[in-house]
Write a new protein. Structure first.
Length: 435
């Protein structure tokens, strides 16, 4: 099965790449499926960008511009995006409210950058303008006088982006009148990218999993297993010395790591890191996708008040991504780690409650909405909650796969593109607004 994403470049005044606007696509037609819910489309887009294509592969370090619906802006979803990588576009139909304004102000203090999309200056929502760093002015819906008036009103405090630029003459006029960023067909139409969904090969290194599956996992035995692999030991120490686990002092022994993280969190980390190490860097995104599915399935059974299935759901989700061609080896593996009968039936026959849940997760991931909605209706689950839950799983997987913790300590200014001429402007602008 193929997955798709479209991107359109955004350039600065010197003609250098500043970022890309990313667009959801579900076929080779390179057009938006109007039957698709906007929030769902954005969520699937980001999932594919992060867990399948790899964000760095798509952006090369430039900013990723993404449209977020009002529902997503009002949820905790924004916090799952790395502010050093994304610019959040506020759509023209978003309604102003004191709560939303307070949320946006708080996020901006955390380093998030907001762009007001499709701006024409007509019936301008002043409070959303104030909350934005970039104003994207639609050159197809505005005349020269309006474009110039917008530059006069906001050019000193906002970064102006001329969008839908279609000729060199329009580009020259925009640059002359204070527009710093450019986007449109004159530079490039949205380019469609596609790839096959990655399948995962079977890992054979299972000592840690076997230890975790024992009735009483032992810290010392786990520490001995980890110490046998120098690379694994290094990554483990690096992982625990992040802000997520806090603490005033660094820990320098595997035993300390185990105590700091706790057995359950170590089990999760071990599954993720072992998948990645065994598959190698080329299969890093595939291993990440396995972790996303495991966490998503675990969260789903929790939402359904089937907490007793949580641990099995996590394992089933992970192993369900393994290619069917290695079924025999998979059955042998599950025998060694003593997985339950219900989990076996879910994996190999999609039977039982866990099997139904796994079937839903696969339908959701692959956009089979009729089947997915039937499951939601049967169990009286809200799609909005499922969407947020899925991206909590994506964010969790991203955190698990981090190899450096420098980014967790970075402040806003350090997170901006290093040589961008807009870094100083953005900082000055925010200081001016904060006075």
């Amino acid at each position: 099965m193929k997955i798709y994403v479209a991107r359109q470049p955004i350039f600065d005044a010197a003609g250098k790449l500043f970022g890309y606007e990313f667009l959801y696509r579900d076929s080779e037609k390179n057009e938006f499926n109007k039957e698709m819910d906007g929030s769902m489309a954005t969520c699937l887009l980001i999932s594919n960008m992060i867990s399948e294509f790899g964000l760095e592969n798509l952006t090369g370090g430039a900013y990723a511009f993404l449209n977020l619906t009002e529902d997503l802006l009002r949820s905790d979803y924004v916090k799952m995006l790395d502010p050093k990588c994304f610019v959040v576009e506020i759509l023209e139909d978003v309604r102003e409210s004191p709560v939303l304004e307070a949320d946006l102000a708080s996020l901006r203090k955390q380093g998030y950058i907001f762009a007001l999309d499709d701006f024409t200056g007509v019936n301008a929502k002043e409070r959303l303008v104030e909350a934005s760093d970039i104003i994207k002015v639609d050159f197809r819906l505005t005349c020269r006088w309006e474009q110039k008036d917008i530059a006069r009103r906001f050019g000193d405090s906002k970064i102006l982006l001329a969008e839908k630029v279609e000729t060199q003459e329009e580009q020259n006029w925009a640059l002359k009148n204070g527009y710093s960023l450019m986007q449109g067909y004159y530079f490039s139409r949205p380019v469609l990218l596609s790839k096959d969904k990655t399948e995962i090969a079977l890992a054979t290194y299972m000592r840690l999993l076997k230890e975790f599956s024992s009735p009483d996992p032992d810290f010392d035995r786990l520490a001995d297993i980890i110490l046998m692999d120098v690379n694994l030991s290094y990554k483990f120490l690096l992982r625990v010395n992040t802000l997520q686990y806090g603490g005033k002092y660094r820990v320098d022994s595997i035993k300390q790591c185990l105590v700091r993280m706790g057995l359950e969190e170590v089990r999760r980390w071990a599954l993720a890191i072992l998948l990645r190490d065994v598959f190698g860097k080329k299969e890093n995104e595939a291993a990440k996708r396995a972790l996303i599915r495991g966490v998503f399935l675990e969260k789903l059974v929790g939402l359904m008040r089937l907490e007793y299935l949580a641990e099995e759901a996590y394992m089933v989700g992970m192993f369900s991504t393994i290619d069917i061609s290695v079924r025999d080896n998979l059955e042998g593996l599950l025998e060694r780690i003593k997985i339950s009968r219900e989990s076996r039936e879910a994996l190999f026959g999609r039977n039982g409650t866990l099997g139904q849940c796994l079937d839903f997760v696969e339908n959701y991931e692959n956009g089979r909405w009729e089947n997915a909605d039937a499951f939601l209706e049967k169990f009286r689950l809200k799609r909005e909650r499922i969407t947020l839950m899925y991206f909590e799983a994506v964010k969790y997987a991203e955190t698990m796969f981090e190899e450096q913790n420098d980014s967790l300590n970075s402040n806003f200014a350090a997170g901006l593109t290093g040589n961008s001429p807009f870094s100083d402007l953005l900082i000055r602008q925010r200081k001016k607004l904060d006075k």
